[in-house]
Design a protein around this ligand. Structure first.
Ligand SMILES: [Ca+2]
Ligand SMILES: [Ca+2]
Length: 189
């Protein structure tokens, strides 16, 4: 081997060692509890009975036998939240969930909407993540997956609230189904 080839072989080995060392210093964690809603309504705040059972025909969970189904009555709203703490040494945070939004409200004046968000607890104006679906949205039928990177630099060491919410105006329903919620973080050892 010439000196030059030896140099590149050694350089490659060193870089691989450095890369594997960096990898080894990070661990992955998942922070949401009962994110599949299989264990009754545990760990989630939210009024009423908002879980739906998979009947294998019309009501189908994305995974398991249960999912959250936010289906507000007329002139009403329904929301569920779970608060988790982002570790101080988190280097990334990814929110993952499955949803299906549906609406029978096609009135042009409809005020129906559903949202998914991550925010400071009790502070809806400072969202780390916000997604909304309005009546009339051209949403496909069936479960859709969302996986989104959150701004971990703003969230480290803080409690954050994961919220799913749905509001209905005076007539015709709109609703949001949710399953398999995860908040994955990578944390420096
Ligand atoms: Ca489930
Ligand atoms: Ca409505």
């Amino acid at each position: 081997m010439t000196m030059r080839i030896k140099f590149y072989v050694i350089l490659t080995v060193v870089l691989l060692l450095v890369a594997s060392n960096v990898e080894a210093k990070t661990i992955s964690r998942q922070l949401v509890k009962n994110g599949g809603f299989e264990n009754d309504q545990s760990y989630w705040e939210g009024d009423g009975d908002w879980r739906e059972h998979d009947d294998g025909v019309i009501f189908k969970a994305k995974k398991g036998k249960w999912y959250a189904s936010l289906w507000p009555d007329e002139n009403d709203s329904i929301g569920i939240t779970q608060t988790v703490k982002i570790p101080k040494k988190a280097t990334s945070a990814t929110l993952v969930y499955w949803y299906q939004f549906s609406s029978t409200d096609y009135e042009s004046v409809s005020d129906d909407f559903c949202t998914a968000s991550v925010n400071k607890p009790n502070d809806w104006w400072n969202d780390y993540y916000y997604q909304s679906w309005d009546a009339g949205s051209d949403e496909p039928l069936g479960w859709e997956k969302v996986a989104v990177e959150l701004p971990v630099e703003k969230m480290r060491g803080k409690k954050v609230e994961i919220e799913f919410y749905c509001s209905n105006d005076y007539a015709y329903n709109s609703w949001l189904d949710i399953d398999n919620v995860k908040l994955k973080v990578k944390v420096k050892k």
